[in-house]
Design a protein around this ligand. Structure first.
Ligand code: ADP
Length: 472
């Protein structure tokens, strides 16, 4: 199994050291090659200078042998060179300080005209650099071979290579340690975040991760995590609130049923008394059923999977049918409901959901308006929006309450609302059903002057899906 360290810090350092080793090895290789080429160029240059001097000193005697001017010049006693005739005879040789000899001149050497340089390895690993040239002296063609030892050059290269070899691990060690501590310092915020995240539970959801530098990647991660915590905290609080509100709402009718039953059992009464008791129990039961239906509806609304069934339909007949549906309730209070406005509007929406919203608004208008009043449902379309406005002649809603009434379980006058069969969920359901289709609901009201609830849909057919409870 390949070796993979578990911790990111060690992995990063290892990768860093590996990459650095590779780069330094390439760098060392290139440097050594460049040093070698430079030293060899210097050697060739020295050979060339010697060759030019030598060429000027060579004399050819009439018998064909070769002499050197200034033969006793100490300079030439320090140089190793050979002069060959074109037919392969060695005519002259100066071989100071060495017993080594070069092989006889090859056909290949003979064939090359001008100058050439080559490196040779003699016995006992002795390396030499040979300059080879063909020249014409006093009408006679000669081959000249000038030889320099390469040992100095190789010693210098070796010294340089050793230096590199020593410096390389030291550099890698220093860089590796540096890299290790640097990554440790850089990654420290992650450890802090993890430690903090581990301590966050439902008890302290309001706590946040430390954001050390908000502009770097880790800061960004911490911010994203904090935003996530914020969302979780919000929905958790909402859920807690919802559960406690729901329990509270359920308890009231249950308590009422129990007390009605207990009182009914206390004494022997006539049949009509018990009929009344049963009637009251059934009334509370209806209230409970409505509440449970609303809760079930909202729990469906909370599910991400909900998809409205959007279709084109004629708005006016739809409003007429909805009014007809709730008409009996209005008649009980001697109220009238009128549809008004443009009759030829086609709306693109979910009829079922819109009916639910409109029924809730109409139900409120009936509940919170005095008997004998008038309720209107006005349909209108301007350039941007199609609106359905439900207006009543009720008590109106104080301005400071107008936003809150859309919250789940919120009621301005709890006792009165309950008395009228409300549970504080009607407007929350209406808002959700409209928002899920890309619309909005707003309210215009003044205490004592009735209220208008306006459902509006953008004409562009904007079907942006809003989550229920998103007030942003
Ligand atoms: P409820 O079941 O109590 O009617 P809603 O969510 O439908 O719950 O309404 C919330 C509160 O807003 C009501 O309790 C009531 O106080 C107020 N409200 C709603 N509609 C109207 C209206 N047309 N006129 C006056 N008050 C209203």
């Amino acid at each position: 199994m390949p070796f993979t360290p578990k911790n990111v810090r060690t992995r990063l350092t290892l990768w860093y050291v590996l990459a650095l080793t590779f780069i330094l090895l390439v760098y060392a290789g290139i440097s050594i090659t460049l040093v070698y080429l430079d030293l060899r160029r210097n050697l060739d240059h020295a050979l060339n200078e010697d060759y030019e001097i030598l060429e000027n000193l060579i004399r050819v005697t009439p018998d064909g042998s070769v002499l050197l001017d200034e033969e006793d010049d100490p300079y030439f006693h320090e140089r190793w060179f050979e002069i060959w005739s074109t037919d392969g005879k060695k005519l002259y040789e100066s071989r100071p300080f060495t017993s080594k000899s070069l092989p006889a001149i090859s056909e290949e050497e003979k064939a090359t005209g001008g100058f050439s340089f080559r490196s040779l390895k003699l016995e006992n690993n002795v390396r030499v650099r040979v300059m080879y040239g063909k020249t014409n002296i006093e009408g006679k063609w000669l081959f000249i071979r000038l030889i320099h030892f390469e040992d100095r050059m190789w010693n210098e290269i070796k010294a340089f290579a050793w230096l590199m070899l020593f410096a390389l691990p030291v550099a890698i060690l220093i860089a590796g340690l540096g890299g290790y501590f640097l990554t440790k310092k850089l990654l420290a915020p992650i450890d802090q975040m993890a430690e903090k995240a581990r301590k966050i539970s439902e008890e302290n959801l309001q706590e946040r991760l430390p954001v050390i530098n908000p502009n770097d990647e880790l800061g960004n991660l911490a911010k994203a995590f904090n935003e996530l915590l914020e969302r979780i905290e919000k929905s958790f609080t909402r859920l807690k609130q919802f559960t406690s509100d729901a329990a509270h709402e359920l308890r009231t009718p249950l308590t009422a049923i129990r007390s009605i039953g207990e009182v009914g059992l206390q004494e022997n009464k006539d049949v009509s008394y018990y009929r009344n008791v049963i009637g009251s129990i059934l009334e509370e039961n209806r209230r409970l059923t409505r509440l449970v239906d609303s809760l079930l509806f909202l729990s469906g609304a909370d599910s991400e999977k909900f998809k409205p069934n959007i279709r084109d339909f004629q708005l006016y007949p739809f409003v007429e049918q909805t009014i007809e549906f709730i008409q009996p309730l209005a008649e009980e209070k001697n109220q009238t409901i009128h549809p008004e406005g443009q009759k030829d509007i086609t709306l693109r929406a979910d009829q079922g959901l819109l009916k639910e919203a409109l029924l809730n608004l109409l139900d409120n208008a009936i509940k919170y308006s005095p008997a004998g009043t008038e309720i209107t449902v006005r349909i209108a379309r301007n350039k941007k929006y199609t609106t359905i406005t439900v207006t009543d002649q009720g008590a109106g809603i104080p301005e400071e309450e107008q936003e809150k009434i859309f919250e789940r379980f919120y009621r301005i006058d709890k006792g009165r609302s309950r008395e009228m069969g409300g549970s504080g969920l009607g407007l929350a359901i209406a808002l959700w059903t409209v928002q899920i289709q890309g619309g909005t609901i707003s309210v215009k009201s003044k205490s004592g002057f009735g209220s208008s609830f306006i459902i509006s849909f953008p004409n562009s057919g904007n079907k942006n899906k809003h989550r229920f409870g998103d007030t942003s």
